[in-house]
Design a binder for this molecule. Structure first.
Ligand SMILES: C[S@@+](CC[C@H](N)C(=O)[O-])C[C@H]1O[C@@H](n2cnc3c(N)ncnc32)[C@H](O)[C@@H]1O
Ligand SMILES: [Zn+2]
Length: 261
C-alpha cells in the first residue's frame, strides 16, 4: 500500500519522503524517524502527537462503533443532524470536489471508509488515501476495501500532523470530524500544505443553528465536541489559504466546498 502512495505519504513530523518498508517499519528519508507497519496498516502518528487523547477520540476506537458505524450510526445521525440522507450529503460534496478521473484524493478522518469508497468511484484511474486516527475504524475500512477492490489505501494518522508530502494531493475531503479536532486552524493549514494550488477541499462541519446556537455550543463544550459559530469555519478556511466556493447549511451541520489559493 505504502508503495502505491510513495509520492504522497510523508513523515508527519518533517513531511519528508518515506523509504520502502524495512523490518516492519517505514523510515523517513529526511529525519530518520521510523513508523511501524502492523498487519498491512502503517501507523504514521508521531509518538508525541498528544493532540487527540480525549474521551471522544477513545469512543472512535470502539470496535462495536466501528462495526455499526456505516450501516446504522452514520445514516441515522446524518438524517437527524442535517435533514439530508448520507447519500445526498456525499453527492453534494463529490459534485463540488469534482476530481479528475486520475486524481489523487485525500479523505481525512475517513472512519470505516464510507465516503472514501464513494470518492474512489469518481477516480477510476486515480487513488484515494483515507487517513484516520482510529485503528478500529481503519480495520473496517481495510476489510471493505478488499471486498470492493477499490483504488483506495488507508493509513493511521493524526489530522494535526498530516503524514503527507507538500502539494502531493489534487483534492481533499473531510466529513463529520471537525467537531472532534482540538486545533482546527492547524488541521486546515496541514490540508492546504498537502494540496496542490487550486486543489479543491470539501468538508462537513458542525454549525450552530440560528435559534439557540450559542447556548447549544456552550452546553456541548464540556463534552469536548465543538459546534462552530456561523461563519467561523469560513473564516478559518480563509486564514488557511482557501477560497470558499459553495456552502450548504443543513440543520446542525454545514457543507462547504473550497479551493486552495
Ligand atoms: C464521525 S467519524 C466520520 C467518518 C467519515 N469521515 C464519515 O464521513 O462518516 C469521525 C472520525 O474522525 C476520526 N478522527 C477524530 N480525530 C482525528 C484526528 N485528530 N486525526 C484523524 N482522525 C481523527 C475518528 O477516528 C473517526 O473515525
Ligand atoms: Zn521525517
Amino acid at each position: 500500500m505504502a508503495t502505491a502512495f510513495a509520492d504522497v505519504l510523508g513523515c508527519p513530523v518533517c513531511h519528508g519522503r518515506l523509504r520502502a518498508a524495512e523490518h516492519g517499519s517505514l523510515p523517513c528519508a529526511a529525519c530518520g524517524a521510523r513508523y511501524p507497519v502492523t498487519d498491512g496498516l502503517a501507523d504514521l502518528v508521531p509518538l508525541d502527537s498528544g493532540q487527540v487523547e480525549t474521551p471522544n477520540i477513545r469512543i472512535m476506537e470502539s470496535r462495536v462503533l466501528a462495526r455499526v458505524y456505516e450501516r446504522a450510526w452514520r445514516p441515522v445521525l446524518t438524517r437527524l443532524l442535517t435533514g439530508m440522507s448520507h447519500d445526498a450529503e456525499r453527492a453534494w460534496s463529490l459534485d463540488r470536489l469534482d476530481p479528475a478521473p486520475d486524481a489523487t484524493v485525500l479523505d481525512l478522518a475517513c472512519g470505516p471508509g464510507n465516503t472514501t469508497r464513494s470518492i474512489a468511484t469518481a477516480v477510476p484511474a486515480g487513488r484515494v488515501l483515507g487517513i484516520d486516527f482510529s485503528t478500529a475504524m481503519l480495520r473496517e475500512a481495510l476489510a471493505s476495501a478488499r471486498d470492493a477492490g477499490a483504488t483506495v489505501g488507508y493509513v493511521r494518522g493524526d489530522a494535526h500532523f498530516l503524514p503527507l508530502q507538500p502539494g502531493s494531493v489534487d483534492a481533499a475531503n473531510c466529513a463529520g470530524a471537525f467537531y472532534l479536532f482540538s486545533d482546527p486552524p492547524r488541521v486546515l493549514a496541514g490540508v492546504a500544505a498537502a494540496l496542490r494550488p487550486g486543489g479543491r477541499f470539501t468538508l462537513m462541519a458542525s454549525q450552530q443553528p440560528r435559534l439557540g446556537g450559542a447556548t447549544t455550543a456552550a452546553l456541548m463544550r464540556p463534552s469536548g465536541l465543538r459546534i462552530y459559530a456561523r461563519g467561523e469555519m469560513e473564516g478559518i478556511l480563509d486564514g488557511a489559504g482557501f477560497d470558499v466556493l459553495d456552502r450548504r447549511p443543513a440543520g446542525f451541520m454545514l457543507l462547504l466546498a473550497a479551493r486552495r489559493r
